[in-house]
Design a binder for this molecule. Structure first.
Ligand code: PGA
Length: 253
């Protein structure tokens, strides 16, 4: 067994469903039914529904939020705090999704503050990084990803990355049906792990790095079997319980 296999064996695969601004009460019920009927002992499943649906999930389903305020409380209309998530059995928070970076002008620095806030509450950030197509075309892929990571490293320090889940989501692959090839995903995941290893080998070896961007039932297994891919962040396919569960099964093997 190579050293890499030893490391991979220690990382438990994770699949998180990011419903974005989709779903309804009926989908919550369907998802409960299907999850209860499926045995997934070797991996973790997290559902990230819109805020109003969180309270409808029972304690057996691990929940994630799609966004969080960088503040503790107060006069911030429309925002939701980490303390509120702790009251709803919500253990994970997606931070820095490219849609929020684009739609809400979330900068690398703001994303870093949000990661710090999530960690302060003992919740787990799912920190998203990923390049637009033009950046890849210009040959700036690795510089771009490194800068996104460095902003957070500067804010919280490498030791805190022991409590972080990363998600590599190339912007050109999100919701487009244009998945990164397994080799493209692996290349960036290995780069991310190597970048963190410059500061701490052990944290780099153990951090879970998800791939996101048009993951479906028919491509999940090949993506998840790459050495540095530890599961997925799933958008569109997480809205269909059957598709989502088949992606989870791919991570369960
Ligand atoms: P997609 O979205 O699976 O629909 O491409 C992934 C994401 O945005 O997290």
């Amino acid at each position: 067994m190579t050293e890499h296999n030893v490391q991979l064996g220690k990382r438990r695969q994770l699949v998180a469903g990011n419903w974005k601004m989709n779903g309804d009460k009926a989908l919550v019920e369907q998802m409960h039914r299907q999850l209860a009927a499926t045995s997934l002992d070797n991996m973790d499943v997290v559902i990230c529904p819109p805020f109003p649906y969180m309270g409808l999930f029972d304690g057996k389903v691990k929940l994630g939020a799609q966004n969080v305020s960088q503040f503790d409380s107060g006069a911030h209309t429309g925002e939701v705090s980490v303390a509120m998530f702790n009251e709803f059995n919500c253990r994970y928070v997606i931070v820095g999704h490219s849609e929020r970076r684009a739609d809400n002008n979330e900068s690398d620095e703001l994303v870093a503050l949000k990661v710090r806030q999530v960690l302060k509450a003992n919740l787990i950030p799912i920190l998203c990084v990923g390049e637009p197509e033009s950046v890849r075309d210009d040959g700036m892929l690795f510089d771009y990803i490194a800068a996104q990571l460095d902003a957070v490293l500067l804010e919280v320090g490498i030791s805190q990355f022991a409590h972080v889940v990363l998600a590599y989501e190339p912007v050109w692959a999100i919701g487009t049906g244009k998945t990164a090839s397994p080799a493209q995903a692996q290349e960036v995941h290995a780069f991310i792990r190597g970048h963190l290893a410059k500061q701490d080998d052990n944290i780099a070896a153990n951090i879970v790095i998800l791939y996101g961007g048009s993951v479906k039932g028919n491509n999940a297994q090949e993506l998840f079997s790459q050495a540095d891919v530890d599961g997925g962040l799933i958008g569109g396919a997480s809205l269909n319980p059957e598709d989502f569960l088949s992606i989870c099964q791919a991570a369960n093997q």
